[in-house]
Ligand binder design. Sequence first.
Ligand code: NAD
Length: 423
Amino acid sequence: MAEDLNPFKIAQTQLDKAAEIMKLDKQAHAILREPKRTLIMSIPVRMSNGQTKVFTGFRVRYNDARGPAKGGIRFHPEETLDTVKALSAWMTWKCSLADIPFGGGKGGVICDTKKMNDKEIEAVARGYARALATDMGPEVDIPAPDVYTTPQIMAWILDEYINITRKNEFGAITGKPVELWGSEGRMDSTARGGMFIMREAMKRLKLNPKKSTVAIQGFGNAGRFAYELSDKMLGAKVVAISDSEGGVYDPDGLDLAKLDEAKKRTGSVQNYRSKNAEKITNEKLLELKCDVLIPAAIENQVRGDNADRINCKLLLELANGPVTPEATDTLFEKGIVDLPDFLVNSGGVVGSYYEWVQNITGDYWDTDTFNAKLDKKLTKSFLDTMNVQKEYADKGQKINPRMAAYIIAIDRVAKAMKARGWY
Ligand code: NAD
């Protein structure tokens, strides 16, 4: 039978599995299976052709026992409430594992920004802000950019929020332009955080980064910075990279300037040229023999039907949800260390947390300070995860890193709910 890839069902199944292993209190488990609050909004927008079109938007506050809900807003033509619910659950676990004082939330609008002009996108953003204004804020729910939303869109949402509340609360939203008190360092913090995790994991696996090969799926914010930093920060050789059109493989390593040039000139990195470069499909890229595989594009890439052919030693989930539950089990059996998305890409939300801290204290940091704090935080999350995995192994129960990370995250949220008297 084909795997059920409904994201919210996956999120619930992962919670159920962790709950069983850690013997989670049944009442806490019941609370954590569903979002605390779901808002569905309709946003009428006068389009450039003079006609009014009604867009549907969502905001889910999954759990806020440990602090205000935190999570991005996606503008996506195939957005669904279940996707937003799942992502808000994963934000809850991500913030908890990173041990930052936030709960989890997520938002989305069903719209295709590729078919809209800037005025229409701005109108949707402002409409979304008006629908959410009284239910967001630095102590309540703090949105951020996500798929197809930008710092500029965050600036419009903030402006609307300030106009409605009459409060100059810049910490009401993160991922803002630096001119509006966005943070230095936030731009590449997702990939940089992933690199800190890669460095620590390679130490454990006794892999020398300078003698290691890396394959990356995706050449957007996460994938392109992951390329740049694997090379510059760790000295690893990136042998393959891709975008939605396809990928390129060169056993001698790729050159970033030439990749940028191919992308700019032809719209895809697959048209990169060098002596030994060859085009490869995204499927083949995932199956390449390499030391580190970094899926940094979209969800459900490593599944029950291809997990057996994955041929790396370390898999870093920089994208959200790139490895399905069935594939997680197969990779674990094969001895591949698969580090979960809500650990590997948590540099993004930790970066957002640092932006919020700077906004509410009014004390602004330079990039070096930001990166040094990020390193400490991400390294600790990785070590916490490895320690819990070892604790279970010592008790005779083998669990994968995803389960170990879940157990830490769920335990912290459950303890906060208990202390607050929710069960
Ligand atoms: P992006 O839009 O900047 O880039 C996405 C990349 O994926 C592009 O290169 C695109 O061509 C490629 N792509 C799209 N469809 C593809 C397909 N079918 N096969 C292969 N490649 C495909 O997005 P991003 O910000 O880099 O995010 C990538 C992933 O990382 C997403 O899962 C996102 O949720 C996750 N993530 C990003 C951040 C962040 O701060 N940017 C934070 C946390 C998680």
